[in-house]
Write a protein that binds this ligand. Structure first.
Ligand code: SAH
Length: 241
């Protein structure tokens, strides 16, 4: 009798909760994957900047990868995005974003738009993001994707990132997401005093140094290697035949 009453009570509670509530599609089915990514890959490795963690909790990474990669979007690795390019591993995006020490009223330059994911993460944190991509179709796709997702503060330009984007300089932060042979002078020149740049330096298909460049208030430049990474190479436009 008591057991039957308990059963009825549980049944009643289950019905109060609504039919098949657990099966209903939540507003964002990837939210749980994202929380797991943040805790297991990012916080677990020491990233603690609230703005960075919140930004990566919000950006729907699965919508920045091709449909066939979608199921892997929250895994602990880079993924192919076409044209021989990759979207960086989530932890690397978090690390580079945190290293910039950026905040709301800032203006940031990204070199290597790729999928637009890093740009979206930056756009969650700062007022304005400029992003340069050398592969025109990737730039176009990324701009459309960012637009569709409501990121109105990211502007994608087609061009060679070695030159930066002098017309909107100086920047409060610069993030380079392709490996350069050396730190381009133009990018250092476009950093605001007090601002930081993160840039992978090294050869393609090798482990590269992630270099943190800091332009001090008096203009002095300091550099240090903060991490070992592997990025696709930063290319140059082939001169017209
Ligand atoms: N940040 C991207 C990943 C970038 S992969 C993301 O979040 O998805 C590196 C990108 O840099 C590629 O899309 C590549 O085409 C681009 N790239 C390579 N050389 C470049 C250059 N000289 N200028 C601008 N972009 C460049």
């Amino acid at each position: 009798m008591a057991a039957a009453a308990l059963f009825t009570l549980i049944l009643g509670l289950a019905m109060l909760a609504g039919p098949g509530e657990a099966e209903q599609t939540p507003a964002d089915p990837a939210a749980a994957d994202r929380r797991q990514m943040i805790q297991g890959q990012i916080e677990a490795r020491g990233i603690s900047n609230r703005a960075v963690l919140d930004a990566m909790t919000r950006v729907p990474r699965h919508l920045f990868v091709p449909p066939r990669e979608r199921a892997s979007a929250y895994e602990d690795r880079p993924l192919p995005i076409g044209f021989g390019q990759t979207i960086s591993q989530p932890y690397i995006v978090a690390y580079m974003t945190e290293a910039l020490q950026i905040s709301r009223d800032h203006r940031v330059l990204e070199i290597g738009t790729g999928s637009g994911y890093q740009g979206a993460v930056l756009a969650e944190i700062v007022d304005k993001v400029y992003s340069i991509e050398i592969v025109e179709p990737l730039a176009r796709e990324a701009q459309q994707r960012l637009q569709a997702l409501g990121y109105r503060n990211v502007e994608v330009r087609v061009g060679d990132g070695h030159r930066g984007l002098p017309e909107f300089a100086p920047y409060d932060g610069i993030v380079v997401t392709a490996a350069a042979q050396q730190v381009p002078d133009a990018l250092v020149a476009q950093l605001k005093p007090g601002a930081r740049m993160v840039i992978p330096i090294g050869l393609p298909d090798r482990t590269q140094d992630l270099v943190l460049v800091h332009k001090q208030a008096d203009g002095t430049i300091s550099r240090r290697v903060v991490l070992q990474v592997r990025f696709v190479p930063m290319t140059k436009h082939k001169s017209a035949a």
